[in-house]
Design a binder for this molecule. Structure first.
Ligand code: PLP
Length: 360
């Protein structure tokens, strides 16, 4: 077996031990004589997995009782609609920060449903920077402030949280569970699973009691947070496979030292890559402002597009793939999510060093 270091932005690398466990259990789940993905979502085998996934997430985050965990389909993208449908019914306004490609999509959907004030617009700065936390001010009547904690394509990440008196609603898809966060500031957190948690086809929503209480009662069933919360995410068939794998990833994270451990790993991995840019400043250039460089999606440019192509091709030959920047921005990008071992970042940093010496 030859596994590469997979720097893809999502779906992305998963812990090897988790994949091996799934491989072991996929045909005959723990002696049941059938696969878990052939089992009823209301039967005992899946019920245990469902409860353990929720308990594992609660444990990892230290989630207080007044937060609900929802396991939903439709990815983070459906949350771009569900958030305003639930919270902006009747034309209530909300504040959004326009920080990159993903925030732009969240804003576009919210505008079709409710009133949106942009309290930050990074368009002119080409989304290469974020405001400082103290610069973010909410507008009168806003029911929440929406943030995208990490812009997966642009490579900017909030390193400090705005101090505002409305709940933060946050798309954490690409840095979910990668660091400790001040939970009390957040009224609602959502994340597509396929970057830091598990396979695609699953979104996690964490919603606080008081925010849930304010959600609309007039929505059709699947769109209603209240219904999913009341039914423990079993109103309909949940995405059993990605929830099963996510449960195993949560066990892996909890078993290895939890958020302090992954946070340190994220710092160590990203420091290796940014450090290599600092070492060769005439060769590698990071376009992102220093105070908001992402520890999950590290982006950089080389002196020419030809060199970038060569870099990506040679890295692939050396067992490192997924390093091409998003087609909308070009350049290089390394996605170094929770499951990327430190050795992956070390290998890439070593390759960067060598490539710069040869071509710089
Ligand atoms: C990937 C991503 C999304 C979209 O997630 P889907 O699950 O594909 O809908 C939204 N926001 C951010 C920050 C992302 O990285």
């Amino acid at each position: 077996m030859a596994r590469i270091f997979n720097f893809a932005a999502g779906p992305s690398t998963l812990p090897l031990t988790v994949l091996e466990k799934v491989q072991q259990e996929i045909v005959d789940y723990q002696g049941a004589g059938f696969s878990l993905i052939e089992a009823s979502h209301r039967g005992p085998h899946y019920s245990e997995v469902h409860a353990a996934a929720t308990a594992g997430l609660r444990k990892l985050l230290g989630l207080p009782e007044n937060y609900h965990v929802l396991w939903l389909q439709g990815g983070a993208t459906l949350q771009f609609s569900m958030v305003p449908l639930n919270l902006l019914a009747g034309g209530k306004p909300a504040d959004y920060t326009l920080t990159g490609t993903w925030a732009k999509k969240a804003v576009a959907d919210a505008k079709k449903i409710g009133k949106v004030n942009l309290v930050f617009d990074g368009t002119e700065a080409k989304f290469m920077t974020l405001p400082r936390a103290r610069e973010v001010k909410t507008s009168p009547g806003a029911v929440f402030l929406h943030l995208t904690s990490n812009e997966t394509i642009g490579g900017v990440q909030w390193q400090e949280w705005p101090a505002v008196d409305v709940p933060l609603v946050c798309d954490m898809s690409s840095d979910f569970l990668s660091r400790r966060i001040p939970l009390e500031k957040f009224g609602l957190i959502y994340a597509g699973a396929q970057k830091n948690l598990g396979p695609a086809g699953l979104a996690v929503v964490i919603i606080r009691d008081d925010v849930l209480a304010r959600c609309s009662d007039d929505l059709t069933a699947y769109l209603s947070y209240k219904i999913h919360a009341a039914e423990d995410s079993l109103y309909n068939t949940p995405p059993v496979f990605p929830i099963w794998v996510s449960r195993l990833v949560l066990d892996y994270l909890n078993g290895n030292g939890g958020l302090p451990w992954v946070e340190k790993l994220a710092e160590d991995r990203s420091r290796l890559l940014y450090g290599m840019m600092d070492k060769h400043p005439d060769f590698y250039r990071c376009p992102v402002a220093a105070h908001c460089r992402s520890k999950m999606n590290v982006v950089w440019r080389l002196p020419s597009e030809d060199l970038e192509k060569q870099f990506i091709a040679e890295a692939k030959k050396a067992g490192m793939d997924g390093l091409k920047g998003h087609r909308s921005v070009g350049g290089c990008r390394a996605s170094i999510y929770n499951a990327m071992p430190l050795e992956g970042a070390q290998a890439l940093a070593g390759f960067m060093d060598e490539f710069a010496r040869k071509h710089g």
